[in-house]
Design a protein around this ligand. Structure first.
Ligand code: 13P
Length: 251
């Protein structure tokens, strides 16, 4: 059966020392605890190797927030999936709406990134989600379906089985405006049906679908209690152990 996952996305926050301190403190907080979900932290690239060393990676998975759409070579400033894997990180967040909107990542580019992540043994946490105008125009299901189809549906069932999805309605990211538990469940159930139609019930049932967008200690329990919400991708509330731990413990 699918895993519950609480993943932090630090975005472009915390310098190296602050990041290692946060990872160390989270590691300490989780040391003698049994929790009912996998815990992941998504750090800036330059923190990855140090954060991997600072945590017990059997308890905390480490994620990059992006990877290049090329394997290696003359791509100044880019970071390859193989380089991420070489740090000991095991996940990579791909297709975040901030990457799509600000860095013009298209479905085609994301397709390449997913393939490279998988080829290097990384688990993609693949983000999808509509903007406010799309929801208001009642196009949110269509948009999300198309984001999944266009970047992921050329994968074999075996490879698709390695993907974690994160539904992040763009209007809920960093706005303090969360999708209601009913809105989240409705979309997650729709996503799972879409997966059933393409890959069958087993693959769909085994795919973790996380919710992201102003998820915090006070709403996590209600969101996670929905049958198709398998955890969260947490931005702001992952930047402190005091805020992140209660979300982990919501399971
Ligand atoms: P917030 O939790 O800050 O709204 O961010 C969500 C997000 O974008 C996680 O990837």
């Amino acid at each position: 059966m699918r895993k519950n996952i609480v993943a932090g996305n630090w975005k472009m926050n915390l310098n190296l020392q602050e990041g290692v301190a946060l990872a160390t403190a989270l590691n300490e907080a989780l040391k003698d605890k049994t929790v009912n979900c996998d815990v992941v932290i998504g750090t800036p690239f330059i923190h990855l190797a140090s954060v991997v060393n600072a945590v017990d990676t059997t308890k905390i998975g480490v994620a990059a927030q992006n990877c290049a759409d090329k394997a290696s070579g003359a791509y100044t400033g880019e970071i390859a999936a193989s380089m991420i894997a070489s740090t000991g990180a095991t996940y990579v967040i791909l297709g975040h709406s901030e990457r799509r909107a600000y860095y013009h990542e298209t479905a085609e580019i994301l397709k390449e990134k997913v393939l490279l992540a998988l080829a290097n043994g990384l688990t993609p946490i693949f983000c999808i989600g509509e903007v406010l105008e799309e929801r208001e125009a009642e196009k949110h299901f269509e948009v999300v379906k198309s984001q999944i189809e266009s970047s992921l549906f050329d994968l074999s069932a075996e490879d698709f089985g390695k993907i974690v999805l994160a539904y992040e309605p763009v209007w809920a990211i960093g706005t303090g405006k969360t999708a209601t538990a009913a809105q989240a469940q409705e979309m997650h159930a729709f996503i799972r049906e879409t997966l059933v139609a393409k890959y069958g019930k087993d693959v769909a049932d085994n795919t973790s679908i996380l919710y992201g967008g102003s998820c915090n200690a006070s709403n996590a329990k209600e969101l996670f209690s929905n049958p198709d919400v398998d955890g969260g991708l947490i931005g702001g509330a992952s930047l402190g152990v005091d805020k992140f731990m209660p979300i982990i413990e919501a399971f």
